[in-house]
Design a protein around this ligand. Structure first.
Ligand code: NAP
Length: 285
């Protein structure tokens, strides 16, 4: 399947390289052209001039941009020239509502849509081991699955359009709690005067071990929050979760509310582009 990638940020660039290694990458496009040029240099793929030009060349278009409005803007442009029978797979984290709107725009062009949000961080995007949660119809996923397998280590069909994003909301709520737990515990350990490198290593091997501790524990202790997942993007995700919870009975999200408050404090201080582990700035002794 001729595959194109729109959005070559921290996640999309790793996906594009893995698609290239697997022989699927036809072309790519990024709003800031320098990122597309850099990847073109590494892959010998010719970047497209626009999202519409990219769509005209591809059987499968993979989107990885920031927010709901960005996804819909890309889908509108793809719809201008996409071939009937093609598939558009959105790996961005957005609302279920946006997934349904995107699917409706593309259905008018006889193009199928999959909401395919992913988890596993920049490391997972680089290694092609992301966990992908899919909303859409099984036949469409069956057509795209071999290609998606070059960016994801696991692909799970959750249900109809929008349910991939609903599953990702579950994931993002859990990440907020893990962030709160890990940063609170490490701040306590540091205040106790422990050798924190040893603490991280041993705790990671026991019942409290988790991905965030493994990948961000030592960097946050070293005050290095450059890599990873921008906290302004997680703020966007948790705002979506909060809006979804409003329609549900008897669901409260105290960890989400606390994390939103922390992110807002950090964004006000100019740390919005740092990794979510920057919450440690607010807790460290
Ligand atoms: P990022 O590094 O900030 O990259 C964002 C990408 O979106 C860039 O290529 C950017 O283009 C593009 N973009 C933003 N607005 C656009 C618009 N209006 N039109 C066209 N392109 C636009 O973010 P990321 O970490 O790769 O995240 C991308 C998506 O994946 C987000 O939805 C995020 O929540 C999700 N996600 C991230 C992680 C993670 O650990 N980082 C993990 C799972 C899922 P420019 O280069 O021109 O700015």
């Amino acid at each position: 399947m001729k595959t194109g990638v729109i959005g070559l940020g921290a996640m999309g660039s790793g996906m594009a390289l893995n698609l290239h290694k697997a022989g699927h990458l036809q072309t790519l496009w990024n709003r800031t052209p320098g990122k597309a040029k850099a990847l073109a240099g590494q892959t010998n793929v010719i970047p497209a001039e626009s999202p519409a030009d990219l769509a005209a060349e591809c059987d499968l278009v993979i989107i990885c941009v920031s927010r709901d409005e960005d996804v819909l803007e890309m889908v509108e442009q793809i719809a201008l020239s996409v071939n009937s029978g093609a598939i558009v797979a959105d790996t961005s984290t957005v609302s279920s509502e946006t997934a349904k709107l995107a699917a409706a725009i593309l259905a008018k062009k006889d193009v199928a849509f999959l909401d395919c949000p992913v988890s596993g961080g920049v490391e997972g995007a680089k290694s092609g081991t992301l966990a992908m949660m899919v909303g859409g119809d099984p036949e469409t996923l069956a057509r795209a699955e071999a290609v998606l397998a070059s960016i994801a280590g696991s692909i799970t069909l959750i249900g109809p359009t929008g349910s991939g994003q609903a599953c990702k909301a579950v994931n993002q709520i859990m990440c907020a709690g893990v962030n709160q737990g890990v940063t609170e515990a490490l701040a306590f350990g540091e205040a106790m005067g422990l050798d924190m490198a040893k603490v991280v290593d041993v705790v990671a091997k026991g019942a409290a071990g988790n991905w965030f501790l493994d990948h961000r524990g030592k960097t946050m202790l070293a005050d290095d929050n450059k890599i990873g997942f921008k906290l302004s993007l997680h703020h966007k995700d948790l705002t979506i979760c909060k809006a979804m919870a409003k329609d549900l009975d008897n669901i409260s999200l105290p960890l989400v509310n606390q994390t939103l408050e922390h992110y807002e404090l950090l964004m006000d201080q100019g740390y919005g582009n740092e990794d979510i582990s920057a919450v440690y700035r607010l807790k460290r002794p």
